[in-house]
Write a protein that binds this ligand. Structure first.
Ligand code: HOZ
Length: 425
């Protein structure tokens, strides 16, 4: 028995499914999760001493790789001054200012502890600002696990075989309307059917929780137009894309300005953080300025703020890093595509910048329905093979693959060699 197997057996006695987040149980690929002992750069080592090239990077935040020296130093310094005060600190001001400077659509920002909390709070602010209750989300987009958003959600919900979670009272989702990603007609129909009632449309500007699904050219500008015409707010959930595609995220990349934006883990460099922000007049509805209540003892935690501030400052000060990262990732994903062509596989590879996903289907993947055509058994087989050959991929089909600054040519070539070995079989 491996140490990971032993630990997993023990974990299942005390933690539901042995994990603190479902996808980590590796159930959708039918194997035992690897317990990670440490990470450095683009590599992780498990409790059996096995080394992996890591293509998750803690689901996004480790854009500079694990144990990055400046970030570690800033955390250690902050730790030495106290872990939490439940009181304001200077680093929160610096962090808020930095985010506002890096993302022009954001004039005010509020820190929270996770992407889930950020989205939940942004929606409350949107409802408070507009005085409307209904929201539109897209099938296959994942916005965390708050009640109102677990409707046709992506990520682990898609592989758990439950389209919507139990334990969510119908009343909590009755104001959640769903549309199809990349389908503006489906959004217009909802606005026609619910005149004057929709507070906001929330979207992942790049779908990154039904695998990676790119917005078609007219989609995001179309959403902007529909929202503006109908007095609804446009919320970009940039938990995955924020500070990753480029310094100003997907909104900068696509040139579409949302009213509110949510961020998650990347702004904590791996510490538990989230944030929501946007136009000043909207953010002014949040307490103590306005009547929308939202609070948290650990919000703006100084250790997390120091980690995130260091990472975001580095990214701001090195725009060339984004260029290098995106170029490296493009070459890598195109090399995978060449392998598929070489061995005659019709599988779909969607990618943008340092995010990508291989779907085991011959249909172009443009939305939830087409993502679901992927053969998850074939994915599981591939994922297991790669795992057993030192390549740690997200252990579920409908997740993204993340490339970091730390991935070396050698790391990426290792993936390609192992993939070729698999395709050749
Ligand atoms: N839902 C997360 C990915 N989109 C997985 C979180 C985790 O297991 O850490």
């Amino acid at each position: 028995m491996t140490r990971s197997e032993e630990l997993f057996e023990e974990a299942q006695k005390y933690i539901p499914g042995g994990v603190n987040s479902p996808v980590r149980a590796f159930r959708s690929i039918g194997t035992t999760p690897r317990f990670i002992r440490s990470g450095s750069g683009s590599h992780m080592v498990d409790e059996d001493g096995i080394d992996y090239v890591d293509f998750i990077g803690s689901w996004g935040p480790m854009i500079l790789g694990h144990d990055y020296e400046n970030i570690r130093d800033s955390v250690m310094n902050a730790v030495g001054r106290g872990l939490s005060f439940g009181a304001t600190t200077e680093i929160e001001v610096k962090m808020a200012k930095l985010i506002c400077e890096m993302v022009p659509s954001i004039e005010m920002v509020r820190m929270v502890n996770s992407g889930t909390e950020a989205v939940m709070s942004a929606i409350r602010a949107a409802r408070g600002f507009t005085g409307r209750d209904k929201i539109v989300k897209f099938n296959g987009c994942y916005h965390g696990h708050s009640d109102g958003l677990l409707v046709k959600a992506g990520s682990g919900v898609m592989t758990a075989g439950v389209p919507d979670s139990s334990g969510v009272p119908a009343g909590c989702t009755s104001d959640t309307l769903t549309a199809d990603y990349n389908d503006l007609d489906s959004v217009e129909a909802l606005f026609r059917g619910n005149p004057g009632q929709i507070a906001a449309v929330i979207v992942e500007p790049v779908g990154a929780n039904m695998g990676v699904v790119l917005p078609q050219p007219e989609f995001l500008p179309g959403l902007r137009k529909i929202c503006t015409e109908n007095g609804a707010l446009l919320i970009f959930d940039e938990v995955i894309t924020g500070f990753r595609l480029q310094a100003d995220g997907a909104q900068g990349y696509y040139g579409v300005t949302p009213d509110l934006t949510t961020f998650g883990k990347i702004i904590g460099a791996g510490m538990p953080v989230g944030a929501y922000g946007g136009r000043r007049e909207i953010m002014q509805v949040v307490a103590p300025l306005g009547s929308v209540y939202q609070a948290g003892t650990l919000s703006g935690n100084p250790v997390a703020m120091n980690a995130g501030y260091t990472q975001l400052t580095l990214m701001r000060d090195h725009p060339e890093w984004y260029v290098a990262l995106n170029q490296k990732a493009d070459c890598f994903f195109e090399a995978i595509r060449s392998l598929l062509d070489k061995y005659g596989y019709p599988w779909q590879l969607n990618h943008i910048g340092s995010l990508g996903c291989l779907f085991f289907t011959d249909q172009p993947v443009t939305d939830y329905a087409s993502a679901k055509t992927s053969d998850t058994k074939a994915f599981a087989d591939y994922c297991n093979f790669m795992l057993n050959h030192g390549v740690y991929l997200a252990p579920a089909q409908f997740e993204a693959m993340f490339i970091s600054m730390a991935h070396s040519e050698e790391d990426l070539n290792w993936y390609l060699e192992m993939a070729e070995e698999y395709f050749r079989r």
